[in-house]
Every structure is written in C-alpha cells, then in structure tokens.
Design a protein around this ligand. Structure first.
Ligand SMILES: Nc1ncnc2c1ncn2[C@@H]1O[C@H](COP(=O)(O)OP(=O)(O)O)[C@@H](O)[C@H]1O
Ligand SMILES: N[C@@H](CC(=O)OP(=O)(O)O)C(=O)O
Length: 410
C-alpha cells in the first residue's frame, strides 16, 4: 500500500491564484511520487477576517450561525485547490468536514475534533484521487458545521494524519520554518532546523501562531512529526519531532522568544479564598485559558490575566461569579506578554535576572515575571512588546546559528 502524504496550506500561502497553483504543484509532486495524497486547506488570504467582520455586523452573532459563515472560507478554498489540481492533471476531489467524516464536539467553550470517519477519504484515495479537505471545520451532533478556533486548520491536518495513520504532516505557511522569534517582530530571528514537540507546544501556547497549539498537542499524542516550510522557498524548514530533550534537562537552554501582543490583567477585590475558587470554576467551565501570571493574593486583592481575545468571555464569567459573591473587579488591558521558551530554565536561575536587566536597560518596565522549567514570561506595556521581544532575543544570542542546541535534541 502506498504511503499517505498529508500536506496543509495556510491562508497566507493561498491568497493569489498563482500561489494556489504553486501549492498544487507541490501536491502534484507528492502524488506523482506515488503517495496517496491528502491536502488540508485554510481560507484564502484574509477571507476569515472578512467573514468575522461580516458576522459582527449584526451585533453579537449566534455562535452556530457565525461558524456556518466562517467555515465557508475553507469550503471555497478546498474547491479552488481541487480545480487547480485538476488543471495540473491530478484527479482531485474536495470535501467539507461533513463529506470527510470530521465530527466536532464542544470542549468547554470551544469546539474540538471528536472523531474522523475516514471511509470517504480512503475510498477517494483508493480511486487514485488526491483528497482536498476543508480545514478548520467539524460537524456537531446536530449536523451544523462548527469551527475549531483561529488557526484551527493546522489541527485538522494533524488529526487527519493521525486518523489515516500517516507518520508525518507537512504544514506550508508564509515563513520557511519555525523561527527563534516572530520574524515580523524580530527581523534577525533565524529558522530552527529541528525542534522537540514539547518546546513547540510551549511556544504555540505562548503566542507563536505559526502552529495551532492544539495541533502540536495532537502530534505529541499520536507521535506525528510536523514539518513547517514555505511552499516556494526551496528550503527544508523546521522538523518538529517527538524526540526527548532529557539529555539537556540538566543544562538549561533558551530556544525562542514568543509574544502575545495584548493581555488583560484582572484585579479582584472582595473576600479571599472561596472567592477565587468560585471564579476559577466559572472560568474553567468556559475553557478560558489563563496566562501564567498565576493568582496572587494579598491586601490589595488577587490578580490573574487572560489573552485579550478571551476578555469578553472572562468578563461574563466575572459577572456570573460576582452574582454569587461580594466580588468586585477592575480590568487593565494595556499589557502584552513576552516569553523566553526553552528547556531546564530553572536550572539557570540567572535567566530571569538577565531578562529583567535587558528590559531595564532599554527603559521597558516589566510588570510581572514568572519562570518555569520551560518558559520565563514577563508582562510589559503593550506598546513595548515588540522591543521587549527583540531585547530578550538579543540578550540570549538567539540570532546566532550556534545559540542553542535545540537542533541537536533528538
Ligand atoms: N516563532 C515563529 N516562527 C515563525 N513564524 C512565527 C513565529 N511566531 C509568530 N509567527 C508568525 O506566524 C505567521 C504564520 O502563521 P499564520 O499567519 O497563521 O499562517 P497560515 O495562514 O499559513 O496558517 C508568520 O507569518 C509569522 O509572522
Ligand atoms: N482560516 C482560519 C483557520 C486557519 O487555520 O487559518 P490559517 O491556517 O491561515 O492560519 C483562520 O484564519 O483562523
């Protein structure tokens, strides 16, 4: 039986018709090499942003209807890719989530892929066709098409690889690999040739949007190797692999800097203990990810933070908790977060000090700092996030090709 190749193309690498044809050319190469070929596509260019704005034109939209609208971007993109493949002589069929057997179910406040019935995909592959699946979609129990969160097509691609038993998933995007920082923010960032999934997971969750965090988690669970590359660069990109970093655990090393442009700090006041318990419960019910500023408690109150996009849901949770307690709260959405991601960071206690000094030297006030073995995060004023990311990147010499042994970790 021929191997199954899973390739995913992000919206930024499908924006123009010429880009769609270039992507189709890569699929043709895999197909002609004898692979059974599965392609996962995102909505082209800024389609999803446009659809989000359209949905918002009618006030707070019903989530089901907003999803039905948002998913049309990927449906259109899949049909376009299938036509491009046809024009290159590759027999291809496009599939929506419903046609590809992708089921989704709520997990707290978000939708997740809950299963894939691959019969339809396998039948089309068996007939010698390339199958183009619309990413970012899943069908819920009621038959509605739901979406998997911004950036969710990466997760569709990795879930397809897992369901089809493919050991690898190629993600094509507008950068030629995972970099030591977002290259749009830190221009001297460099591509990392090999990266353990654990480090990538921490990078994705702390703001490196090049891979969807859930996709990295799924790859780790199913032992799938992800490659990240640009379709037209001719460079090999980054291999995100399941190898261990144990040998480096005692050493400590810095791999990359990530950033979140805006986070909201929430200061709570009211009676202590049980208060935070109630609130933590309602935040968890809504699956609102908390940023690692933790909970602090004291005379001034307790504090935690969430990414800005989760603030509306967090405020809803706060109002609900306030109804059961004597809670009052204040929101400060003027911060951003910068993180150094790596391995064994606590084995190098000087790292946190180096981050804080590098920021101080540039006149950037650090408002909060927290270090774990895999990440050191600070909050800084939102307008300084880019400069702060560049400062930490420079402090740890990440622009140098020999800066970290991440490439050696297997
Ligand atoms: N560490 C990083 N390495 C590479 N790219 C990053 C990193 N952090 C953030 N990015 C950003 O991720 C973008 C790619 O993700 P995205 O825009 O979602 O692409 P796609 O549409 O292909 O899914 C890049 O253009 C880059 O600006
Ligand atoms: N189109 C969706 C899903 C997605 O994964 O997109 P991309 O692969 O272009 O980041 C979004 O913009 O969020």
């Amino acid at each position: 039986m021929n191997a199954i190749a899973v390739q995913k193309f992000g919206g930024s690498s499908l924006a123009e018709p010429g880009q769609v044809l270039r992507a189709a050319g890569l699929v043709r190469s895999a197909h002609r090499a004898g692979n059974r070929t599965v392609v996962c596509v995102s909505a082209r260019g800024d389609t999803t942003d446009r659809l989000v704005a359209e949905a918002g034109a009618f006030g707070a939209p019903d989530p089901r209807e907003a999803d039905q609208l948002l998913a049309t971007g990927e449906t259109a993109s899949a049909a376009t890719m299938a036509m491009a493949l046809g024009s290159l002589g590759v027999p291809a069929v496009s599939m929506t989530a419903a046609q590809a057997g992708i089921a989704a179910a709520p997990a707290g406040g978000e939708m997740r892929i809950s299963g894939i019935d691959t019969a339809g995909i396998r039948a089309a592959l068996g007939a010698g066709r390339a199958v183009v699946v619309a990413g970012f979609q899943g069908v819920d129990a009621s038959g509605a098409t739901r979406t998997l969160g911004r950036g969710g097509s990466d997760t569709t691609a990795v879930a397809l690889a897992a369901a089809l038993g493919a050991p690898r998933c190629a993600i094509y995007t507008d950068v030629d690999g995972v970099y030591t920082a977002d290259p749009r923010t830190v221009p001297d960032a460099r591509a990392i040739p090999r990266l353990p999934l654990g480090v990538m997971s921490e990078m994705a969750i702390s703001g490196a949007r090049v891979l969807h965090a859930r996709a990295v988690e799924l790859a780790a669970v199913h032992g799938i190797t992800i490659t990240v590359a640009a379709p037209d660069s001719g460079r090999p990109g980054t291999v995100v692999h399941g190898g261990s970093t144990d040998v480096l655990e005692g050493t400590g090393f810095a791999v990359a800097v990530t950033h979140t442009p805006r986070v909201a700090r929430i200061l709570l006041q009211g009676p202590g203990g049980p208060l935070t318990g109630v609130l933590a419960g309602v935040l968890a019910e809504r699956r609102i990810p908390l940023e690692p500023v933790g909970w602090t408690s004291g005379a001034a109150g307790s504090e935690f933070a969430v990414r800005a996009e989760h603030l509306p849901a967090a405020e809803e949770a706060l109002r609900e908790a306030a109804a059961h307690t004597r809670l009052t709260y204040a929101v400060d959405a003027s911060a951003g977060q910068v993180s150094l991601v790596g391995v064994g960071l606590l084995n190098r206690p000087e790292y946190t000090g180096r981050i804080l000094r590098a920021l101080e030297e540039r006149g950037i006030p650090a408002e909060w700092a927290l270090t774990t073995q895999s990440r050191a995060s600070v909050l800084v004023p939102a307008e300084s996030v880019g400069r702060a990311a560049a400062a930490v990147h420079e402090e740890f010499g990440l622009a140098r090709p020999d800066a970290s042994p991440a490439g050696a970790a297997t």
